[in-house]
Design a protein around this ligand. Structure first.
Ligand SMILES: [Zn+2]
Length: 214
């Protein structure tokens, strides 16, 4: 147990040496005095293997990041609940005026895998099952395809994850301040899928309705 926290603290020491003890590195000085101007907001999975800053080789200040279970975007719901992902989107789009929204899914997603296997609701009093209902339309689309083609479990999980990405993309349009900016051409949205097997990103092309390597 102590070993894992010590690993993290040694990483912290390296971070301090790079960004704060090195007088040539003034990145945080300019980020502190001039504020952040991130290039995009990215909604990624909480999965420890899928770090958007690592995959896109970004520096502090480049990305406004939201990570949640299965990188899902809920529809715009004005019901006074606690909508963390929607709040982050609102801040990035309306206050920071980011020019891009990226949703990044991935292969072998634990949340999607649990949904496909009917295990997404481990505790009736818990939060995961209710959260994963957002991906139920994607599950039904996958099941329709799985009856036509004999899909392996791995293929079902990937198929469901890809449908969930497209559904999340469509949910973005339900936020009026996103839809108006897309219509005005000041905001674009992207749906990417990271394959853990080959390390490649696949992007959704709305005109072909397919994902192709970037
Ligand atoms: Zn995941």
């Amino acid at each position: 147990m102590a070993e894992s926290i010590n690993d993290l603290l040694s990483g912290y020491t390296q971070f301090r040496n790079t960004y704060f003890e090195n007088s040539q590195c003034t990145l945080f000085e300019s980020l502190r005095t001039q504020g952040q101007r991130p290039k995009a907001i990215i909604i990624a999975c909480s999965d420890s293997r899928v770090d958007p800053a690592l995959i896109l080789n970004t520096a502090p200040g480049d990305l406004f990041v939201v990570r949640n279970v299965a990188n899902l975007v809920p529809p715009c719901e004005l019901d006074h609940s606690h909508h963390g992902t929607s709040a982050a989107l609102e801040f990035a789009v309306c206050s920071l005026e980011v020019p891009h929204i990226i949703i990044m899914g991935h292969s072998s997603c634990g949340g999607i895998n649990a949904l496909v296997q009917g295990q997404a609701n481990p505790s009736p009093e818990g939060f995961i099952g209710q959260w994963m209902t957002l991906a139920e339309p994607a599950l039904r689309k996958m099941e329709a395809e799985a009856t036509q083609n004999a899909l392996t479990l791995e293929e079902k999980v990937e198929c469901c994850a890809l449908h969930a990405l497209v559904d999340s993309m469509e949910n973005l349009y339900t936020f009026p301040w996103i839809a108006t900016r897309i219509a005005a051409g000041t905001l674009s949205i992207h749906s990417w899928f990271f394959n853990l097997q080959d390390g490649r990103l696949y992007a959704y092309n709305p005109s072909t309705q397919n994902f192709a390597p970037l």
